[in-house]
Write a protein that binds this ligand. Structure first.
Ligand code: IMP
Length: 186
């Protein structure tokens, strides 16, 4: 059983779907509220949260952190994705890119696993390359899904079903790496 620390139901459903394909059951630990530091590196953010969550709930835990980096904006918002989504949101990102032809962007996901016998969390990383669309499209998913279209697909993540998104997503790639490790080590 993997204990995923998150209050985001979309994240949990995506992770549960991916881990389910590896026959790993997933439970949602909703109210742990681990510390979330501000750092230039998403991996550091996930690691600190995983250490804190493992201490708080005394269980082996999984924490996942993600971010969207836009090439024309020098990687912004990256590790600041959460704050930027809460403040300027998708409309703000589209406005910043109004006159920008270069639309390349990528999502990064870091899955951090921590249990009491470990000194440091183990991290697994996944990426999804794609582009920022000119308009919001689609109603599924969450966050930046309606403005991000992965390579090799005409759809945005928000126009995809959960199954379609997990065929293309940063989160699926990171959780698949975690699942392979989990299967052979636990
Ligand atoms: P966090 O991993 O929850 O800290 O995510 C940081 C920000 O990126 C939040 O505003 C999320 O809404 C957004 N985000 C994370 N993963 C995704 C995704 O798969 N699609 C769209 N937005 C995402």
């Amino acid at each position: 059983m993997a204990f995923l620390v998150t209050s985001n139901t979309h994240k949990f459903n995506e992770a549960r779907h991916i881990l389910g394909t590896f026959r790993i059951a997933t439970a949602m630990l909703k109210r742990i509220d681990p510390v979330e530091i501000q750092d230039d590196n998403i991996e550091n953010v996930a690691k600190v949260s995983a250490i804190d969550a493992a201490q708080k709930c005394n269980l082996p835990v999984v924490v996942e952190d993600a971010g969207l980096s836009v090439r024309a904006l020098d990687g912004f918002p990256g590790p600041y994705s959460s704050y930027i989504f809460k403040t300027i949101g998708n409309d703000g990102i589209l406005k910043l890119m109004e006159n920008t032809a270069e639309r390349d962007a990528h999502f990064q996901s870091v899955v951090a696993f921590m249990e009491s016998t470990m000194r440091y969390p183990l991290c697994f990383t996944g990426e999804a390359e794609g582009e920022v669309t000119h308009k919001k499209r689609g109603t599924h998913g969450f966050g930046f899904d309606s403005i991000f279209s992965p390579l090799n697909s005409p759809k945005t993540f928000a126009e995809m079903t959960l199954e379609e998104k997990t065929q293309n997503s940063h989160r699926a790639s990171a959780f698949a790496k975690f699942a392979l490790w989990y299967k052979t080590n636990l």
